[in-house]
Write a protein that binds this ligand. Structure first.
Ligand code: NAD
Length: 421
C-alpha cells in the first residue's frame, strides 16, 4: 500500500522519486521497495514554550522520524527551522539511511526537527525549547536506539543540553546519546569540521573528472554555518580559491579569493556575513550563477532548481546541504554535463565522525585528531571510488550510483532479517 498523505511534502516526494528511480534501475524486489519508501517510526510532538517575557506561551511542533531500524540504532541530525514539517524530516531520515549505508556506518537513518526560528530566540529560550523537545522524544532516543546530532539551526551547545536532559532523566551521564557535542562532554575532536572537511577531501577527485586542476580552482559556497564554514577553511588549506560565500544575510565576493579565516572571525563577532569589509557584497542567491569552477550548496534544500539550473556555469557541484538540488534541476544539469557529487556521499563526513564519536563514547577510549582525520579521509575517498565505479559500470550519474550503493546494502539486510512475525 502507498504511504498516506501524512508525509506529503515536496521534499518527501523528491526523496521517494529519487529512490524509485534507483530501485527501478536496480530491479529491486517490489516488496522491499514498498517497505523502504515509508519511514518505520514517526513521532509528532507539540509542547508549550514560554517566551522570556513570561506573558506569551506558544505551542511548538517537533518531530523525530526513524526511517529504518534494520541496521542497528538510528542516527540523524536535529534541525530547528521555521518551516520544518513531517514530510521534510521523513525525507531527510530516508537520505540518512542511504548515507550511512554508503560509508558503511552501522546505523539506520533518522532525523528530527522543531518548527521554530532559532535566530529569533534568546539563549535561554533556545535552551528551554531544546530541553522540552528532548523530554518529549526521550522514549525513542538512546545510545542503542536513536542518536541525534546537530543540523541546520542547532549546534554543539544544543547537543550538550540534549545530553544533559537525557542524562538527568535516566540518572547518570550518557554521552553516547548524542553526537556533535562539545569535547568536554565526550564529543569527538574534529566532529565540528567533519562535514566540510570530508566534502573537500572529494574536491580533487571531482575536479579531475572535468579536467580541472584542483590547485587554484575557484569555489563559491552557499551557506556559512557548520558545513559551509569548514568547507571553506578546508578548501583554502587545499589551495582552492574560495571566491564567494553567502548566508541568510546575503553574500560576499572577492575575485582574488577571500581570506576565509578573517571571514569566519567576522561572523563570530557579528553573527552574519553582512558588512564584511574586504569583499564586494552580492545578493545571496546570485552565488549560484557566478562564474566559478565549483559550487558548494551548504545551507538549505531546493536552492538549485529549474529557475537557476540553466544559468549555473560551474562544472562541478559538491552538495554539502541535504537535497539542495530539485529533480528538475538535476535533469537539466545532467544534460549539461555538470558533474554532481551528491549529498548522500559528499556530506557523509558528518555522520562518519559522529559514528567515531559514538564508538569512542561507548568504549570510553578517545582517539587523536590525526587518527580521526585519517580514517575520515579514507572512508570518504573509498566511498567516492565505490560510487564512481558503479556510475561507470552502470552508465549512470553519481547520484543514482550513490543511491544504488546505499539502497543495495539496506535491501540485502532487510531480506536476510526476514519479516516478524
Ligand atoms: P547551520 O545552521 O550551521 O548553517 C546554515 C547556514 O545556512 C548559515 O550560514 C545560514 O545563515 C544559512 N542559511 C540558512 N537559511 C538560509 C536561507 N534561507 N538562505 C540562505 N542561507 C541560509 O547548518 P549546517 O549544519 O551547516 O547545515 C547546512 C546544511 O548541511 C543542511 O542542509 C544540513 O542538513 C546539511 N548537513 C549538515 C551536517 C552537519 O554536520 N552539520 C551534515 C550533513 C549535512
Amino acid at each position: 500500500m502507498e504511504a498516506g498523505r501524512e508525509f506529503d511534502s515536496p521534499m518527501y516526494h523528491e526523496a521517494v522519486a529519487q529512490f524509485d528511480r534507483a530501485a527501478t534501475l536496480m530491479g529491486l524486489d517490489d516488496n522491499v521497495t514498498g517497505r523502504l519508501r515509508s519511514p518505520q517510526r514517526s513521532m509528532i510532538v507539540s509542547f508549550p514554550f514560554r517566551h522570556d517575557d513570561y506573558t506569551e506561551v506558544e505551542t511548538i511542533f517537533g518531530y523525530r522520524v526513524q526511517h529504518l531500524t534494520t541496521m542497528g540504532p538510528t542516527k540523524g541530525g536535529i534541525r530547528f527551522a521555521p518551516d520544518v514539517d513531517l514530510g521534510e524530516i521523513s525525507a531527510l531520515a530516508m537520505l540518512m539511511t542511504w548515507k550511512c549505508s554508503i560509508v558503511g556506518v552501522p546505523f539506520g537513518g533518522a532525523k528530527g526537527g522543531v518548527r521554530i526560528n532559532p535566530l529569533e530566540l534568546s539563549r535561554a529560550e533556545l535552551q528551554r525549547v531544546t530541553r522540552r523537545y528532548t523530554m518529549e522524544i526521550i522514549n525513542v532516543i538512546g545510545p542503542e536506539q536513536d542518536i541525534p546530532a546537530p543540523d541546520l539551526g542547532t549546534n554543539e551547545q544544543v547537543m550538550a543540553w540534549m545530553m544533559d536532559t537525557y542524562s538527568q532523566h535516566v540518572g547518570h551521564s550518557v554521552p553516547a546519546v548524542v553526537t556533535g557535542k562539545p569535547p568536554a562532554l565526550g564529543g569527538s575532536i574534529a566532529r565540528r569540521e567533519a562535514t566540510g572537511r570530508g566534502l573537500m577531501f572529494l574536491l580533487p577527485r571531482a575536479a579531475s573528472e572535468v579536467d580541472l586542476d584542483p590547485v587554484g580552482v575557484s569555489v563559491a559556497i552557499h551557506g556559512f554555518g557548520n558545513v559551509g564554514r569548514y568547507a571553506a577553511i578546508a578548501g583554502q588549506q587545499m589551495e582552492a580559491k574560495i571566491v564567494a560565500v553567502s548566508d541568510i544575510s546575503g553574500g560576499i565576493y572577492n575575485h582574488d579569493g577571500l581570506d576565509v579565516e578573517a571571514v569566519a572571525k567576522w561572523v563570530d563577532e557579528n553573527r552574519f556575513l553582512e558588512g564584511y569589509p574586504d569583499a564586494d557584497s552580492i545578493d545571496g542567491d546570485s552565488i549560484f550563477t557566478l562564474d566559478v569552477d565549483i559550487l558548494v550548496p551548504a545551507a538549505i534544500q531546493g536552492v538549485i532548481n529549474k529557475d537557476n539550473a540553466s544559468d549555473i556555469t560551474a562544472k562541478v557541484i559538491i552538495e554539502g546541504a541535504n537535497n539542495p538540488t530539485t529533480l528538475e534541476a538535476d535533469d537539466i544539469l545532467r544534460e549539461r554535463d555538470v558533474f554532481i557529487v551528491p549529498d548522500i556521499l559528499a556530506n557523509a563526513g558528518g555522520v562518519t565522525v559522529s559514528y567515531f564519536e559514538w564508538v569512542q563514547d561507548v568504549q570510553k577510549y578517545f582517539w587523536t585528531e590525526n587518527e580521526i582525520v585519517a580514517r575520515l579521509r579514507e572512508i570518504m575517498l573509498t566511498g567516492y571510488e565505490e560510487v564512481h565505479g558503479i556510475a561507470v559500470r552502470e552508465k549512470v550519474d553519481m547520484r543514482t550510483a550513490a543511491l544504488m550503493k546505499g539502497i543495495q546494502r539496506v535491501a540485502d539486510a532487510k531480506l536476510v532479517r526476514g519479516i516478524f512475525p
